[in-house]
Design a binder for this molecule. Sequence first.
Ligand SMILES: [Zn+2]
Length: 109
Amino acid sequence: MNAERLAHFRECLESLATEIKAYLSSSKESAGVVELDTSIGRLSRMDAMQNQQMAMELRRRKKSQLLQITNALKRIDQGSYGQCGLCQQPISEDRLEAFPEIVTCVNCA
Ligand SMILES: [Zn+2]
């Protein structure tokens, strides 16, 4: 991959990382413990807990994506970016365009 393309993917990864960090810091409170407020009904409490669970799941996914992005940026520095972690074949740029943090090629995914 040439330097221009690498710079492009680095930019994608960095802006993704910024987005995720902003999301993680803004969603901290909503993922907190649902207070067992007796003034809300049982159903809305279940709703609140379900929402909380979804928020926590989303945060968990975003965190692991952020880790993958950090690793991808390291691979750019090491010169192994865009190479499949399993078969060592180059990952297609279309695939990287859609998921710049991806580690495997389409055959190994
Ligand atoms: Zn592969």
